[in-house]
Design a protein around this ligand. Structure first.
Ligand code: PLP
Length: 261
């Protein structure tokens, strides 16, 4: 009997199905793993933005996590929207006891500018969550929010990675997709000694909702399947590039990336 590797996402729900838990589970299935979810918050969301967000109590997050880990087990964990300092601290404490790689996507603000993390939670992300990460996957806005480093070019991405690594993740994957200079979409993966530049073509497609969630989930799925961090990051970049190229219109605003490409 084939038993797929088990991957857990700890993240928020996107009612529009483009990002968050929904993107995570689609990615995990597409990559041949069994996805499981610990819900942290529910958003009322569509292609135009986030119309409302409601956090779950820390007790509900803890209970979901224990239910999954104590019976089913996990081969990798991914965290996304954690909403508040209390939930960041709760999740960080839960992760400390888990003997599996952890991908931390330090979700801050949506592409529409809607806050998905309270400003008061940043210290807990820096001091408690990032130290639990095997790989942290901030975009350039999240880098600026967490470290104060403003990135304008690839040299800046190196400085950003150093600053993120100071908080304790084993690896930093700095996503340079928001850089406008240069034709491609370049990410930097480094543990402070090795440096890997992941390059892909830039697609002129406005339907990019869910890219960050998708990349982090693909990375977690590949780690669950036994890839090294370097191979998992390359495979995740390839997956998200395909999903981005196939992003489609849904609603009147920004559509989602496509997992069936
Ligand atoms: N909604 C939820 C629940 C998310 O977790 C995220 C990103 O992590 C987003 C929305 C934002 O998605 P995007 O910035 O790709 O539009």
């Amino acid at each position: 009997m084939h038993i797929p590797p088990r991957v857990l996402t700890v993240a928020g729900s996107d009612s529009g199905g483009g990002a968050g838990i929904q993107a995570d589970l689609k990615t995990m299935l597409a990559l041949g793993t069994h996805g499981m979810s610990v819900l942290t918050a529910v958003t009322a969301q569509n292609s135009l933005g986030v119309q409302g967000a409601w956090e779950l109590p820390a007790e509900a997050v803890r209970a979901q996590f224990r239910s999954v880990v104590d019976d089913i087990g996990v081969e990798a964990v991914k965290t996304g929207m954690l909403s508040s300092a209390e939930l960041v601290e709760t999740v960080a404490e839960l992760l400390v006891g888990v003997p599996a790689p952890v991908v931390v996507d330090p979700v801050g603000v949506s592409k529409h500018g809607d806050p998905l993390l309270a400003a008061s939670a940043l210290d807990a992300v820096r001091g408690k969550l990032l130290p639990t990460a095997t790989v942290a996957t901030p975009n350039l806005d999240e880098v600026a929010q967490l470290t104060g480093v403003q990135v304008r070019d690839e040299a800046g991405m190196r400085r950003a990675a150093d600053a993120v690594l100071e908080f304790g993740p084993r690896w930093a994957l700095i996503k340079g997709g928001h850089l406008t200079a240069g034709a491609g979409a370049v990410d930097l993966l480094t543990d402070g000694t090795e440096e890997h530049w992941l390059r892909a073509p830039r697609y002129d497609n406005r339907h990019t909702h869910g890219t960050g969630c998708t990349l982090a989930s693909a990375l977690a799925a590949q780690l669950a399947k036994g890839d090294t961090v370097v191979r998992a990051a390359a495979a995740a970049k390839e997956y998200v590039t395909g999903a981005l190229a196939a992003g489609f219109r849904l609603g009147a605003g920004i559509g989602p990336v496509d997992h069936g490409w």
